[in-house]
Design a protein around this ligand. Structure first.
Ligand SMILES: Nc1ncnc2c1ncn2[C@@H]1O[C@H](COP(=O)(O)OP(=O)(O)OP(=O)(O)O)[C@@H](O)[C@H]1O
Ligand SMILES: [Mg+2]
Length: 253
């Protein structure tokens, strides 16, 4: 069974960077191949992973729905085969990991058939990987539609601020209300500068957020972002890489 790791949190807190760093850690520790899923409509996980994306699942869904609706499937080709071929094109294969980008959510119209097929295919595809890392948008709504599989570890990423912790607590509550079959949820503080405020630690405790660790604010990460370099290239002795290793260990995944 593959382990599903999902990353959530409010806008701009460092979710995608953390997702990339998790993939990096899994690659370096030989837990390959990793299945990276970019579930954010603003596609950007490929940047931290250093790969190009041509086709998203959104495009596959549109094209499949259009071909079926307009009776425009190639002659004699079952719709399953059509979708399978499209899916293959959407899967970005790289060294030690593959990336699937969800892209835009569906527009108006009937996509049920394409969605059901997609879900079946993502589920089948998932079985090929020991670890699946899903970078999400702040909202968790789409997670229930993604696949039938549950989540082994949800990381809620937040900055070290009272507002951040309140939002993280809300996301945790939402994930529970949505019945997403999350086995474990933990908090990751990102871009931390200096020591944590004692009141912040108390807030975390009272919010029932299980603190898994903190990632320091890092000039190296920013330098990489400006240079368009993937975080996969960060060295093992970088404080950020070490922080992620500690978080993975704490979470027990
Ligand atoms: N530990 C860190 N130290 C310094 N800069 C960081 C760190 N983590 C992330 N950043 C920078 O902060 C910015 C936002 O990070 P990121 O894109 O990972 O956030 P996000 O939560 O995925 O954002 P969005 O909600 O827009 O998807 C990026 O420019 C990234 O390079
Ligand atoms: Mg992001």
């Amino acid at each position: 069974m593959s382990k599903v790791i999902a990353i959530a949190g409010k806008g701009g807190v460092g979710k995608t960077t953390f997702s990339g760093l998790l993939v990096r850690h899994l690659l370096r520790t030989g837990n390959t191949p990793v299945f990276a899923v970019d579930a954010d409509a603003n596609v950007n996980m490929n940047d931290v992973l250093g790969v190009e994306v041509d086709k998203t699942i959104g495009t596959v869904r549109e094209e499949t729905a259009k071909a079926i609706g307009g009776n425009a499937l190639p002659v004699g080709m079952p719709k399953e085969t059509f979708l399978e071929m499209q899916m293959e094109e959407a899967l970005v294969e790289s060294e030690g990991f593959d990336l699937l980008v969800m892209g835009r959510p569906e527009g108006a119209g009937c996509y049920c058939f394409a969605n059901n097929l997609l879900r079946k295919h993502v589920d089948a595809l998932s079985k090929n990987y020991p670890y699946i890392v899903i970078d999400n948008e702040a909202g968790l709504e789409h997670m229930s539609r993604r696949t039938t599989q549950g989540v082994d570890q949800l990381f809620i990423v937040s900055d070290a601020s009272p507002v951040g912790i309140k939002t993280a607590a809300r996301i945790k509550k939402l994930s529970e209300e949505m019945d997403l079959d999350i086995k474990s949820a933990g908090l990751v503080l990102s871009r931390v500068q200096g020591d944590l405020h004692p009141a912040l630690l108390q807030m975390i405790e009272e919010s029932d957020l299980n603190l898994m660790g903190q990632i320091p604010a890092s000039d190296e990460v920013l330098d990489f972002a400006y240079a368009g370099r993937p975080v996969l290239d960060l060295p093992d002795d970088s404080p950020v890489s070490q922080a992620v290793a500690a978080i993975v260990e704490n979470s027990g995944i």
